[in-house]
Design a protein. Sequence first.
Length: 268
Amino acid sequence: GAFQKKGNSARILSPEEAERLAKDKVLVTDFKQAKLEKEAQKNWDLFYKRNSTNFFKDRHWTTREFEELKACREFADQKLTILEAGCGVGNCLFPLLEEDLNIFAYACDFSPRAVEYVKKNSLYSPERCKVFQCDLTKDDLTENIPADSVDVVTLIFVLSAIHPDKMRLVLKNIYQVLKPGKCVLFRDYGLYDHAMLRFKSGSKLGENFYVRQDGTRSYFFTEEFLSQLFKAEGYEQVANEYVQRETVNRKEGLCVPRVFLQGKFRKP
């Protein structure tokens, strides 16, 4: 079974969890942090080499959670232009293209290997989709997408993989291609998610920022941090809340608390 609730309150830790997090103060050395930053692309490429297209499930929940993918139309059959920033191997992209025939999608990813997997997918069609490799922190999106041309941008489990100091560069880049009055739809890991509590000592890079064993990194967002980040780049906040899901495995008596942050931010 599972239940889900949304709201502005962060998850409350158990005393044991709070104690464990409080003890974990040792940060990864500056030398290793610099190496992880330098090798970020290589580490994501290796991730896709190991897992190919099998790691993430297709995300058929996107249109349920983000009715804007339909509601941002001004009339029923309006052709929408979307950007999936950080598309991975297309787990969000292809369900959307299948479900909605009036979408043209731009899609980009940091990993050249992920981009190749998207191009090899039987659902990939250049008439409906343009995919390209891109480092969102430094490659100008307007080289592939006209300025002010995109109706909606999805930023789903992407920003958490980027160093917190560089996240604003991603939002600045996206801002250039988004039409005025249109939104970025955001979903990512929230503070005290189960994944954050599972990191072993020696994995901490900074506040709410950790490295996995494979060298990929993950940041866990607070509502306040996300709000400040978007507003500093000129966006207006439309929605920003925690989504708390509790998945219960009755057979094993396990309760897994998942915490995500979901938001919608508009370009004025």
